[in-house]
Structure formats: structure tokens, C-alpha cells
Design a binder for this molecule. Structure first.
Ligand SMILES: Cc1cc2nc3c(=O)[nH]c(=O)nc-3n(C[C@H](O)[C@H](O)[C@H](O)COP(=O)(O)OP(=O)(O)OC[C@H]3O[C@@H](n4cnc5c(N)ncnc54)[C@H](O)[C@@H]3O)c2cc1C
Length: 434
């Protein structure tokens, strides 16, 4: 069944006219309805032959995704933001049909069988969605809940959970953080106790993205009383099982279109065969999965930052103060030039990490650096740009204010800045002995 499902989409992609009629000017995109004429590609021209990691196929894939974003996603973003949720099943089905939910997943499970750099090309392009919540929800599905399953899961588990996630028929969520444990993943309390050929799960998860809509959770739970790095397992948990309670949808500062849930488990019975890979290896698998999550986060935010700078240039160029455009003050255009330079530095770091990762290297240090820099830069850039919009920047009518709220999460979610600094320090062999 998997082959039958996966194969047509590979040939669909390979045969797409965009692959044959590639135009270097991917920038023929339109944000004109929002007054954004220039895009990231204009500000940082990249030729087909000169790109560090993207080939003609990557760029064609991005262009194809851009059409879906413009036609199926962006026209609805304001409504979804106002409603505090986006229709994940509907949007994922559109993306799944086009192959975007599993570009680097195996063909036999419905993926396109391409390497991780293609997944990052998708992540970067998703930055053109005019909010942070929807891309984050998509990233949870593609690069945060499914990497371990694809790499270590049994054929049976992949058939039940991976194929429908790639096809857009099932929405996934990641259950790592808990009320009492976020940064310190090793101290989670959710327990899965073996009884016969089942686990009985008790505990709860906090801040679960997609949690109110998800069909299954990639759950990290303690499956024994051993040492904290050896007692955990990743388990595919169907969310419709008796005893799984979505306690509440959490109200948030930003990421409004993404639903965030608190979930409880009350004697939930799950077959032991739902463990991903080896029992007791969950902590290690999750740490590996975090690498892809962190590279996703750093890569995804690049285009949004490009777009915010471009929209700020446009606004400040037409907004006059003391007889001249705001932009024509040296402090303004110097600052924007400096910020764009920082974005390009982050882009280079992310691309380098991706290039090394697809060659099989451990890029934990670079991925942590990229995630750290992405969080810090997004905060700096959103604050500086918002300032140049004056009162307009404080309204809900402009993208910069949404970005200001949404981007704040990068320094917290998926490992806070301080956790990244700990990891980098460890790799620099500076951590004091305990
Ligand atoms: C909108 C949203 C969506 C999320 N989605 C998910 C999801 O889908 N799945 C999931 O499992 N989790 C999710 N999370 C949880 C997120 O990953 C955690 O919030 C994050 O890991 C931080 O954990 P914490 O909130 O418990 O903060 P804590 O662990 O309580 O840390 C608080 C603060 O302490 C500081 N700190 C941490 N470590 C150190 C250190 N070593 N040295 C000095 N200071 C330190 C940091 O400033 C940190 O922000 C989400 C969170 C949010 C807000």
C-alpha cells in the first residue's frame, strides 16, 4: 500500500513542469496585495549555479510550495489568527497531497525519499506564511514528531502512523514537556507501566502544539525506574484512546493560529508494540529528533525576517517625518542593513549545518548555535523593525506586530536559549564538573 501511495507523488514531483521550466527568478512571487513588492530573493539574489545547498530541484520544490501558500494558506491566516486555531486536517491534506509533509521520508511510506536539505528548503519556504503558528504546526508534523518514527519505528508503526501523517490524513503532536519539566527533559514524570503486552500510562503533557486536533502523539514517557537517560521510551499514542483528556486549550501571547494544549493521561492502555525502536532509548531518540527540530526552527525564521525587513523598508520609504522619509535617516537604513547582514550570517550558519548533516556529521553544536542565534535575532529584529513603524507597528494591522509576538517563542520552545548555551558550552568543553 505504501509503495502505491508514495510512488505516484514522486513521479508527480519529478514530472512537474516546474522542474523542466525552472526560472531562476523565483522572486516572481506576489505579496502585492499587502504592499510587499520585493521579497527575500530580491534582497539576496541567489543563482541556480551558485547556491550553497539548493539545487534546481530544491528551488522548484520551493516555488511549488509557494503557490500553495499563496492560494490555500495566506488568504485565511488573518481569520485563523482571530479564531485561535487553523484547520490542521484540511491544510495538512492539501500539503500531503502535494508531497510536502514527507519530502525526506522513505518512498515506501509515502515520502519523496529526498535528503534532509529538501525538508529544510520546505521549512525556509514556509517562512512566507504570514504568521508563525501555521508553519510551526506543519514543522511539528514533518520535523519534530516523525523523524524518530521514520528512522527507528517498526514497519507496523510506520504503516499505522507515518504513512497517514505524510499523506495529511493524520495530525501529529509531540508530548515531551510537562507542567514540571520543560528544559530538563530527563525529569519528566509521565509513566508507562508494562502490564502484559500493554503499557498503562499516567501523567500529562504541557504546551502541546496541535494538541487539540491531533490524532496521535509522539509521547516521551518513563518506561522503567532506571537512570533518567536510559528509562524513557518514545511511544506512538493514539489521541482517541480512553483516558486521554485534552484538559484545556492554552491562551498565548503569540502563535494564535496554532492550538496549544494541556493533556492528561489517566490509565491509558497502549500496546507495547507502539514503542518506537528500542525500549529505554527514548531520551536518545528525542535528543536526535531535537537536532532536526532546531535546524527547522533556525531555517524557517529566515524568510520571515527577510520579509519583515522588506516591508519595513517599504513602509518607512513612504512615511515622511520632518519632510523626509523615515528610511532616509541614516540611523534607520544603517540598522536595517545591519539586521539584514545578521540574517545572512544566520542563513550561512544554517546552510552549513544542513550541508554537514546530510553528509552524516553530528551537527549538535552548529544546530544549537543556529537555534540560539535565530531566537536572539528574531527578538532583536522584530523590536527594531516595529519601532520604525511607529504607532502603526503597535497595531494588529501589520505583520511586524504579529511577528513581534510570534517570534518570541523561538528563544523558549524546543530548548530555551540557555539550554542551547549549555549544549554549546559542553561541546566547547567548558562546563564545570558536577
Ligand atoms: C507555544 C508553545 C508551544 C510548545 N509546543 C510544544 C510541543 O509541541 N511539545 C512539547 O513537548 N513542548 C512544547 N512546548 C514547550 C517548550 O518546549 C518549553 O516551554 C521549553 O522547553 C522550556 O521549558 P519550560 O517552559 O518548562 O521552562 P523551564 O524549564 O521552567 O525554564 C524556564 C527558564 O529557565 C531558563 N533556563 C533553562 N535552562 C537554564 C540553564 N541551564 N541555565 C540558566 N537558565 C536556564 C530559561 O530562560 C528558561 O526559559 C511549547 C511551548 C510553547 C510556549
Amino acid at each position: 500500500m505504501a509503495l502505491v501511495r508514495g510512488a505516484p507523488r514522486v513521479s508527480l514531483l519529478a514530472n512537474r513542469s516546474i522542474f523542466n521550466q525552472f526560472r531562476p527568478c523565483v522572486a516572481a512571487r506576489s505579496f502585492s496585495d499587502k504592499g510587499l513588492a520585493k521579497t527575500a530573493a530580491n534582497s539576496a539574489p541567489e543563482t541556480m549555479t551558485g547556491h550553497l545547498i539548493y539545487t534546481q530541484e530544491h528551488l522548484a520544490l520551493k516555488e511549488s510550495l509557494r503557490k500553495i501558500i499563496d492560494q490555500e494558506i495566506n488568504p485565511h491566516v488573518d481569520q485563523w489568527e482571530a479564531e485561535g486555531e487553523f484547520p490542521a486536517h484540511k491544510v495538512f491534506k492539501v500539503l500531503g497531497n502535494a508531497g510536502f509533509l514527507g519530502v525526506n521520508k522513505p518512498v515506501e511510506y509515502g515520502g519523496l525519499g529526498l535528503d534532509f536539505s529538501y525538508s529544510m528548503a520546505v521549512a525556509e519556504e514556509l517562512g512566507n506564511i504570514r504568521c508563525g503558528g501555521v508553519p510551526m504546526a506543519i514543522g511539528v508534523q514533518t520535523d519534530m514528531t516523525t523523524p524518530a518514527l521514520a528512522r527507528f519505528g517498526s514497519h507496523e508503526l510506520k504503516t499505522e502512523f507515518l504513512i497517514p501523517s505524510i499523506m495529511g490524513d493524520k495530525v501529529a503532536c509531540l508530548g515531551v514537556s510537562e507542567v514540571g519539566a520543560g528544559s530538563d527533559v530527563s525529569s519528566i514524570k509521565t509513566k508507562a507501566v508494562k502490564k502484559g503486552d500493554e503499557y498503562v500510562i499516567n501523567g500529562g503533557k504541557m504546551w502541546t502544539t496541535n494538541g487539540t486536533q491531533a490524532d496521535w502523539m509522539c509521547l516521551l514517557a518513563n518506561t522503567s525506574d532506571g537512570p533518567p537517560h536510559r528509562n524513557k521510551s518514545l511511544i506512538c499514542l493514539p489521541m482517541n484512546l480512553p483516558g486521554v483528556h485534552v484538559a484545556r486549550k492554552i491562551d498565548k501571547l503569540g502563535m494564535w493560529s496554532s492550538d496549544t494544549a494541556e493533556v492528561y493521561f489517566d490509565d491509558v492502555h497502549v500496546p507495547c508494540k507502539n514503542v518506537i525502536g528500542q525500549e529505554g532509548m527514548g531520551f536518545t531518540y528525542q535528543m536526535l529528533q531535537f537536532q532536526e527540530e532546531r535546524l527547522w526552527a533556525a531555517t524557517n525564521i529566515l524568510v520571515m525576517m527577510d520579509n519583515i525587513i522588506q516591508e519595513t523598508i517599504q513602509y518607512t520609504r513612504q512615511r515622511k517625518i520632518f519632510t523626509q522619509p523615515v528610511l532616509h535617516h541614516q540611523s534607520v537604513y544603517f540598522r536595517l542593513a545591519e539586521l539584514q547582514t545578521e540574517v545572512e550570517l544566520l542563513r550561512s550558519l544554517a546552510y552549513r549545518a544542513i550541508a554537514l548533516y546530510i553528509k552524516g556529521n553530528d551537527v549538535t553544536k552548529l544546530a544549537s548555535m543556529a537555534k540560539l542565534k535565530a531566537g536572539r535575532l528574531a527578538r532583536e529584529l522584530s523590536d527594531s523593525c516595529l519601532q520604525f513603524w511607529g504607532g502603526m507597528g503597535f497595531t494588529s494591522d501589520v505583520l511586524v506586530s504579529r511577528f513581534y509576538r510570534d517570534a518570541r517563542l523561538i528563544s523558549i520552545g524546543g530548548g530555551a536559549d540557555e539550554v542551547m548555551l549549555e549544549i554549546i558550552s559542553k561541546y566547547m568543553e567548558m562546563l564545570p564538573r558536577k
